[in-house]
Design a protein around this ligand. Structure first.
Ligand code: LRH
Ligand code: MN
Ligand code: MN
Length: 386
């Protein structure tokens, strides 16, 4: 096993970005269940995010979604975040919630709609300039529902054109992260359905274009850790949208459905040298039926637990077993780390950082949940069906 002190030191360098939309009400196409005390403004979402950071110590940045988090002055919002001990993180563009986008956004057959979508993406880069955000996260719902509906190849050409225009606009220290998703809302073709498509576009664009892996965006059974290993090898893994799923894009708490998969992913991150600020560890989740702030705290802890286990893997012993062709021995090295209870180690890491050993309990005792129920009447929806 790797020495606990080295694991602890590495853990203190990890940060996990929480998404503004996870703090608001959300649901499925069938029903959005309103919860009491949810934020009414982007500022109140930041207040809640500050609670997550306060009790975990590792969630200092918050991703915004535009236009869900529209404000008049983004520099002001960044300053507000700063006062709360936070920074604004990735800017998520939204070109999927306007009637004009029925047949697509940047791949739409009508040039006027494509222009409107591109203008939004460029506005998002303006916002990044104001907030100091490094990353623009691009996910396109674009695709078709019926064979023959549109020209698959032409849509790739339109996509490439828009991506190139956004890439040109990026500043020196800014990046664009291209997110793929197999299906939904398009059910026949999706224009960026998989890592290969995202990778091909990013490769052409250049170093500032990177692929983002949303763990809920694959076909069931896909070996996500393989994708992670490959993208890291190619220097093209920009980050993660973490969540977990049983069926499709369920957006459940990361590590809830399959903690072993999360461990396998984090092991490839550690193995591939991706445990750096170059790989953004972001959550992309919705808490439809559970209280939101504790769910996000739990999610952050789940990522930390998987990371701690991945760091514990005895890589020398693993390499020795692998080169000796010792199949069972190699597997045992990995499983030993996965089966280690890392909760005491993480409790120590927290205490050494001056935090409560038990973030869930500390938050529950803080009274914040009761306070927001009293203070915030008429909470806002996260974005879906708003
Ligand atoms: C698409 C997606 C993408 C969006 C978010 C709200 O399914 O994962 O990241 O920005 O959901
Ligand atoms: Mn996502
Ligand atoms: Mn998704």
């Amino acid at each position: 096993m790797t020495a606990p002190s080295a694991v602890k030191a590495a853990l203190t360098t990890q940060s996990i970005e929480t998404p503004s939309w996870a703090y608001g009400n959300s649901g499925t196409r069938f029903k959005v269940f309103a919860q009491q005390g949810v934020p009414r403004t982007p500022q109140e979402k930041l207040q809640d995010a500050a609670q997550v950071h306060r009790y975990t110590g590792v969630a200092p940045t918050v991703a915004l979604h535009i236009p869900w988090d529209t404000v008049d002055d983004y520099a002001d919002l960044a300053a507000y975040a700063g006062d709360l001990g936070l920074r604004l993180g990735a800017i998520n563009a939204n070109v999927f919630q306007d009637d004009d986008y029925k047949l697509g956004s940047v791949t739409h057959p009508d040039a006027a709609v494509r222009r409107k979508a591109l203008d939004h993406l460029l506005t998002c880069v303006d916002i990044m300039d104001a907030t100091g955000s490094r990353d623009l996260k691009l996910w396109f719902s674009d695709g078709t529902n019926y064979p023959g509906q549109d020209d698959i190849r032409a849509r790739q050409d339109r996509l490439a054109e828009a991506l190139a225009a956004v890439y040109e606009r990026l500043g020196e220290d800014q990046r664009m992260l291209l997110e793929y998703k197999l299906f939904e809302p398009a059910f026949y073709t999706t224009d960026v359905p998989d890592w290969g498509t995202a990778y091909a576009h990013c490769l052409k664009l250049g170093e500032k274009a990177q692929v983002v892996v949303d763990t809920g965006h694959h076909a069931p059974g896909t070996n996500i850790e393989f994708i992670v290993a490959l993208l890291l090898r190619e220097g093209k893994l920009g980050g993660f949208d973490f969540n977990s799923r049983f069926y499709a894009d369920d957006d459940l708490m990361v590590g809830a459905a399959d903690p072993f998969q999360l461990f396998r992913i984090m092991y490839e991150v550690v193995r591939g040298g991706g445990f750096t600020s170059e790989v953004a560890f972001m959550l992309d989740q919705c808490h439809n039926i559970e209280p939101k702030i504790p769910a996000i705290i739990r999610s952050v802890m789940n990522v930390q637990e998987a990371t701690a286990k991945a760091l514990l893997v005895d890589r020398d012993a693993l390499a020795a077993a692998q080169s000796a062709g010792d199949v069972l021995g190699a597997n045992a090295v990995l499983m030993d780390a996965f089966n280690t209870d890392v909760r005491p180690l993480l409790a120590e890491v927290r205490q050494e950082a001056g935090l409560d050993a038990d973030p869930m309990g500390a938050y529950a005792r803080s009274g914040w949940a009761e306070r927001i129920v009293t203070d915030r009447q008429g909470g806002q929806q996260a974005g879906w069906g708003a």
